[in-house]
Design a protein around this ligand. Structure first.
Ligand code: GAR
Length: 196
């Protein structure tokens, strides 16, 4: 079975949808680790409930950024992780960690990349920017993670309409519902590609 680690910072609704889809489909994969920069959040709570191992790790716990990055790699190697899924992880992953998982680390972004990505574009800020730009559609993107923030090769993308009167919160909810379908589909695609 492909051993998966999910990285989260918040509610973890994408983590939950991936977890459920693995339980329902014969994906031959297993989420074995939840890593977070927050000791308490919806994602970590869910991991505890499901008996999934958790790692709470932040830069502040270490003397240097390099030590932090090395510790992250070590934890992932110790858990024999094959694939890393960033699911609402609101930190940039250290380059050393990205390099340890070439073509095996995915992120979900709540917009149609390459538009509305990059520094400062996360969570609700993305949806505010999409509405302010007068876009007619937004959506979600699952892409490979490389050392350039939000710039890795796109694996799967799906659009949703931006409707008259949308607030960032309303649009966020529509995009999130789309993400819950898209991320499991993207994982399935990745696993199929890895096996072929
Ligand atoms: C999701 O919309 C995800 O795309 C976004 O944060 C939300 C997390 O929700 N991620 C980013 O903005 C990353 N740059 P969740 O914790 O309920 O899955």
């Amino acid at each position: 079975k492909t051993r998966i680690a999910v990285f989260c910072s918040g509610g973890g609704s994408n983590f939950k949808s991936i977890y459920r889809s693995i339980a329902e489909k014969p994906l031959n994969a297993e989420i074995v680790l939840c890593l977070s920069n927050r000791s308490q959040c919806g994602a970590m709570e869910f991991a505890h409930e499901q008996g999934i191992a958790t790692v709470h790790i932040t830069e502040k716990q270490f003397d240097s950024f390099d030590e932090f990055a090395d510790a992250m790699v070590t934890r992932l190697k110790d858990a024999q992780i094959d694939v890393v899924l960033l699911a609402g992880y609101m930190r940039k992953v250290p380059d050393a960690v990205v390099r340890a998982f070439p073509e095996r680390m995915l992120n979900i972004h709540p917009a149609l990349l390459p538009k509305f990505g990059g520094e400062g574009m996360y969570g609700i800020h993305v949806h505010s920017a999409v509405i302010a730009a007068g876009e007619k559609e937004s959506g979600a993107t699952v892409h490979f993670v490389n050392e350039e923030y939000d710039k890795g090769k796109i694996l799967l993308q799906r659009a949703v309409p931006v409707l008259q009167g949308d607030t960032p919160e309303i649009l966020a909810a529509r995009v999130l519902a789309c993400e819950h379908q898209l991320y499991p589909d993207a994982l399935e695609k990745l696993l199929a590609e890895q096996r072929s």
